[in-house]
Ligand binder design. Structure first.
Ligand SMILES: [Mn+2]
Length: 273
């Protein structure tokens, strides 16, 4: 069995299919780890979501900010972005099944010395902490009053973790770290404005994975979300968003031996938004 970890697909279904061919992915024997942001910006979000859902136990996906944006939009919450391209899902005959499936995906998955999460982990969290905190959000997303959670989920405050946080602010910090974070201060105050690469690190901040004393540094984190960072492979980090939407490739890394597979995206995908 091989495990292929794949960066942000964002509706780039054609590239996704070419990448699976390139890897010779076998849905019976192999598994996919998807870093989230399956949908939005690219041209074929609906087919991407249907395909991953049909893979059942052969694919593990964690939720990204664009996946959550879709769940919010489906309930009439949040601000629609000009570049949103998931109306095909909202109008699909199988919309309810797809959104139900998406809402029940995880925030974080840990197995065999790897931790899959869309954006990153705050410096105070061990991987075991992150699993427990992810579970709090997953419970809120599947609880009977999940709509109330969605209505209170979005927002950039508070920007820093405290074990004493409770209620919506607590869940909001977990969601923001795991799905939106790029930079934080050395003590883990998150910044949500800077969007570029390491050249644009805001004063007083560090890329989240370089926070000193980060307690998850003993585990290989598998992440996406940060296309301006590009593909970054370190002993304890596989950052896989190589910017397919921006003209970059779509990347897979085979976790067993860290072999890298890439396909270039198509013009249709770059132009979609
Ligand atoms: Mn993202």
């Amino acid at each position: 069995m091989n495990t292929y970890a794949i960066g942000d697909i964002q509706g780039c279904f054609a590239s996704f299919m070419r990448l699976l061919e390139r890897c010779r992915f076998d849905p019976v024997a192999d598994r996919l780890w998807l870093v989230g942001d399956l949908v939005n910006r690219g041209p074929r979000s609906l087919e991407t979501l249907r395909f991953v859902k049909e893979l059942r136990n052969s694919a593990i996906t964690v939720l990204g900010n664009h996946d959550l944006t879709l769940l919010l939009a489906a309930e009439g919450f949040g601000k629609r972005g000009k570049g949103d391209t998931f109306d095909d899902i909202l109008h699909a005959p199988d919309r309810d099944e797809l959104l139900f499936w998406l809402r029940h995906q995880r925030m974080c998955h840990v197995e065999n010395g790897h931790c899959l999460v869309h954006a990153g982990l705050l410096p105070q969290w061990t991987v075991a902490d992150a699993q427990a905190l992810a579970g709090e959000v997953e419970s809120a997303l599947s609880a009977p009053d999940w709509r109330t959670f969605l209505a209170n989920m979005w927002g950039s405050e508070p920007a820093v973790w405290s074990d004493d946080l409770t209620g919506w602010p607590r869940l909001r910090v977990i969601v923001n770290a795991m799905t939106r974070m790029r930079f934080c201060t050395p003590i883990g105050v998150m910044d949500f404005h800077a969007k570029g690469g390491l050249d644009n690190t805001p004063t007083g901040h560090v890329p989240w994975f370089e926070a000193p004393g980060r307690r998850s540094a003993d585990t290989a984190l598998v992440t996406g979300h940060w296309s301006a960072l590009g593909l970054k492979i370190l002993p304890n980090l596989l950052a896989l968003d190589s910017g397919c939407l921006w003209g970059g490739p779509l990347t897979a890394v085979r976790l067993e031996d860290r072999a890298v597979f890439q396909v270039s995206c198509s013009d249709e995908e770059i132009r979609a938004w």
